[in-house]
Design a protein around this ligand. Structure first.
Ligand code: GDP
Ligand code: ZN
Length: 351
């Protein structure tokens, strides 16, 4: 039987639980969402795993996507007597959140995963190693509130891992970097060590870098099947689904949602400065506080580029990200304005 600590429960969650209304605590148990599908949730508790829906009250109070549970969330869930089903009464506060706002006709938010402690930024030690991509991943993880750890895979294929490790160090000073081989097993102990004490991790990386291989290695190869869930669907057919929150046999939890794999850079805001600390630092030494780092006299950024201290491509990618963020912000504002307009129309009609 799984206990709450194995699922990632901490003293902080206990505090949040204590703050729930007495009546709710009496009838519910703490549970963690392992799968989400069309407003149905698989919730794992100390007493079993139940297919659950939100209570009417909760649905009624919810106004946006974030008010509903997502994979990784902690909830208060009540078991329905005699059934392997549950009702979710409350969502406990999140400590981190991966979400994506897609700007189409309107902005819709997709929640990818919540309560992730560590995000492994996965790149392979070959053609896939890309400094600009690493910067994007860093931004995404800072923005979610999770701690990034850089994982460089396929070490068995690379004779000069040190070169890449140094490159990664320059981009992310102070971030842990682990070189691994999913084939020889080198470095996997270090990865496992990071996941001790019920830490929850997610993997961010392009296709083909070895995320599935790593997942299987951490699952002790083959244990993944055991985590399949068999259930009868509404029409009585047997179906098999995969949990998207995996309990690792040697401790720790891995979140692997399809959305995590498609994660893009969206809605990043403040985190730009965090992953471009070097440029930020330089900017402090510019002569003018409102320096645009173009042709101003005494610009420390341009001086650093001229002296070869700051690679010009790195500065370019900083500018590119700024432009992308500005574009997204504009799009968000347009869409909000449009939404307000539509709402107005609806109110008119009602009268
Ligand atoms: P994913 O798309 O990120 O899940 O990548 P996969 O785990 O499916 O791996 C893609 C390919 O790379 C497969 O052929 C794996 O066997 C191979 N691969 C993954 N990790 C390693 C590694 O550490 N070393 C080597 N040599 N090959 C690897
Ligand atoms: Zn400047």
């Amino acid at each position: 039987m799984t206990n709450l600590q194995q699922l990632g429960w901490t003293a902080l969650r206990e505090q949040d639980w204590t703050a729930l209304p007495e009546g709710m605590k009496q009838k519910s148990l703490p549970g963690r969402v392992t799968l989400e599908h069309k407003r149905m949730y698989r919730v794992i508790t100390e007493e079993g795993e139940w297919l659950s829906v939100c209570s009417g009250t909760m649905e009624h109070m919810a106004s946006e996507r974030r008010d509903f549970p997502a994979v990784g969330d902690w909830v208060a869930v009540e078991k329905m007597p005699g059934e392997q089903r549950g009702i979710i009464h409350s969502l406990l506060p999140r400590t981190s959140l991966f979400s994506r706002k897609s700007a189409g006709m309107t902005i819709t938010e997709q929640i990818i995963a919540s309560n992730v402690n560590i995000v492994f930024l996965v790149m392979s030690l070959n053609q896939d190693f890309n400094e600009r991509r690493l910067e994007r991943y860093l931004i995404a993880s800072y923005d979610s509130g999770a701690l990034p750890v850089i994982l460089l895979t396929k070490k068995d294929l690379c004779a000069e891992a040190e070169v890449f490790i140094e490159k990664a160090q320059r981009i992310a000073p102070g971030t842990d970097i682990i070189a691994v081989s999913n084939h020889t097993g080198e470095g996997l102990d270090e990865v496992q060590a990071i996941l001790q004490n019920g830490k929850t991790a997610a993997l961010l990386g392009s296709s083909g870098v070895g995320k599935s291989s790593l997942t299987n290695a951490l699952l002790d190869d083959g244990k993944m099947e055991i985590q399949d869930i068999r259930e009868d669907d509404a029409k009585g057919r047997h179906t098999t689904t995969h949990r998207e929150l995996l309990l690792l046999p040697h401790g720790g939890i891995l979140i692997d949602t399809p959305g995590m794999r498609e994660f893009q850079l969206w809605d990043q805001g403040d985190s730009l400065d965090a992953s471009f600390q070097d440029i930020d630092q330089l900017a402090h030494s510019c002569k003018f506080s409102d320096c645009q780092h173009k042709k101003e006299p005494g610009c420390a950024v341009q001086t650093a580029i001229a002296e070869g201290i700051l690679p010009a491509e790195r500065y370019d990618s900083y500018l590119k990200l700024q432009r992308e963020l500005a574009f997204l912000e504009k799009k968000l504002k347009q869409s909000e304005a449009k939404e307000r307009k539509t709402q107005k129309k609806v109110t008119h009609k009602k009268r």
